[in-house]
Write a protein that binds this ligand. Structure first.
Ligand code: GDP
Length: 298
C-alpha cells in the first residue's frame, strides 16, 4: 500500500502517472480539506473533488478544478438571478457537489466521499484528512480573509502577513493508512495550505515519524509551478525554494525529490534529510508524470 498526501493541482498530476505503473487499488490518497466551504448552497471540497475527478479520468486539466467539457447553464442562470456565485461551478460538477451535500445530511464527509468514489468507479481509497471543518485565516495588509476571499475575490494579490488554522481530528482510516503503508508520498502540493494542514491533523505527525516518507518539492527554482505557495511560505519566514520546503518537512522526511535546476541545493539539503534525489519534477505531459512516478516507485 502507498499513501499519498494531496492538495489540488501538483499531486493529482503525479497520481495520473502513478496509476499507470502501480495498481490503483494499492493507493490511498489523503486529501486536504482546509478550504472546504459552502457556496451557493452546495458543499465545495475542492481538493477532494479534484482528486476524485482525476482518478475517474474526468478532471479539467486546464484549471485542475471541475470536469472536462462541463457546461455552465446553472451558473449563468444563478448569476442572472442575482446570486453572487463566487465560484464558477459547472453543471455536472455541481450535480456531484449537490449529491455530496445531500449525503452529508446523514453521513460524515469521509463516508460521502466513499459513496461517490464507488459510483465513479475509482479503485483507489480517497480519505479526507478530517471529517471536521477547519477555518483558515489569512492575515494580509488588507485585513483578515479566508482562502477563497484571498484567492478568488482578491485574486491572491494582497501581501500576506500570517496564516492560521485550527488543528482537527483525523478522519477514520487516516492513521491506519499511514501505519500500513510501505511508503507515504507527500506530493508536490502547497506545503502551507495543502500539505501543512494534513500533517497537523491529530496523530499524523507521530505516525509519519514511524513511516518511510518521500516528498517531491512543489517549488522549482524560486517559485511554485502554480498557486500562492510562494506568498504563504514567505509570510511564515521560509525561503521560497526547495530548501525552504525541506525545512518544513525535515522532521519526518526520509527522501526528498528536487528538480534538476535545483541540483546546487543537494549538499545542503542532505544535512537535513537522509536522501536527496535530483530529477525533472516539472510535469508537462503524461510522459513526464509516468517518468517521475517510475523514478519514485522503481
Ligand atoms: P495551491 O494551488 O497552491 O492552493 O495548492 P495545491 O496543493 O493545489 O498545489 C499547487 C502546488 O503544486 C504548487 O505549489 C505547484 O508548485 C505544485 N505543482 C503544480 N504542478 C507541478 C509540477 O508539474 N511539478 C511540481 N514539482 N510541482 C507542481
Amino acid at each position: 500500500m502507498i499513501t499519498v498526501f494531496s492538495g489540488g493541482t501538483g499531486t493529482p498530476k503525479l497520481l495520473q502517472g502513478m496509476v499507470e505503473i502501480i495498481d490503483p487499488a494499492d493507493v490511498t490518497v489523503i486529501v486536504n480539506t482546509l478550504e472546504n466551504e459552502y457556496f451557493s448552497g452546495v458543499y465545495v471540497a475542492a481538493d477532494l473533488d479534484t482528486v476524485m475527478y482525476t482518478l475517474a479520468g474526468m478532471i479539467n486539466q486546464e484549471t485542475w478544478y471541475g470536469i472536462e467539457g462541463d457546461t455552465f447553464v446553472t451558473h449563468d442562470t444563478l448569476k442572472r438571478m442575482g446570486c453572487p456565485e463566487i465560484l464558477r461551478i459547472g453543471d455536472e460538477d455541481r450535480g456531484i457537489k449537490i449529491q455530496k451535500t445531500i449525503l452529508m445530511n446523514k453521513h460524515p464527509l469521509s463516508e460521502a466521499v466513499e459513496i461517490q468514489k464507488e459510483r465513479l468507479g475509482i479503485k483507489s481509497k480517497i480519505l479526507p484528512m478530517s471529517d471536521q471543518d477547519s477555518n483558515l485565516t489569512i492575515q494580509t495588509t488588507e485585513g483578515k480573509m479566508d482562502f477563497h476571499q484571498f484567492l478568488v475575490e482578491k485574486q491572491g494579490r494582497p501581501h500576506v502577513l500570517d496564516i492560521n488554522y485550527e488543528q482537527v481530528d483525523s478522519a477514520p482510516g487516516v492513521i491506519e493508512a499511514i501505519k500500513n503503508s510501505e511508503m507515504v508520498l507527500v506530493g508536490p502540493s502547497n506545503p502551507i495550505t495543502s500539505i501543512g494542514p494534513i500533517i497537523s491533523t491529530k496523530g499524523v505527525m507521530k505516525a509519519l515519524k514511524n513511516a518511510y516518507v518521500v516528498a517531491i518539492s512543489p517549488i522549482i527554482g524560486d517559485r511554485p509551478v502554480s498557486g500562492p505557495a510562494a506568498k504563504f511560505m514567505a509570510a511564515l519566514g521560509y525561503e521560497v525554494s526547495c530548501l525552504g520546503v525541506a525545512r518544513i518537512y525535515q522532521d519526518f522526511l526520509d527522501k526528498f525529490v528536487i528538480d534538476n535546476i535545483d541540483a546546487h541545493y543537494k549538499d545542503i539539503i542532505e544535512k537535513l534529510i537522509t536522501e536527496v534525489v535530483v530529477t525533472q519534477t516539472k510535469m508537462n505531459n503524461q510522459q513526464d508524470k509516468v517518468k517521475l512516478a517510475r523514478m519514485i516507485f522503481g
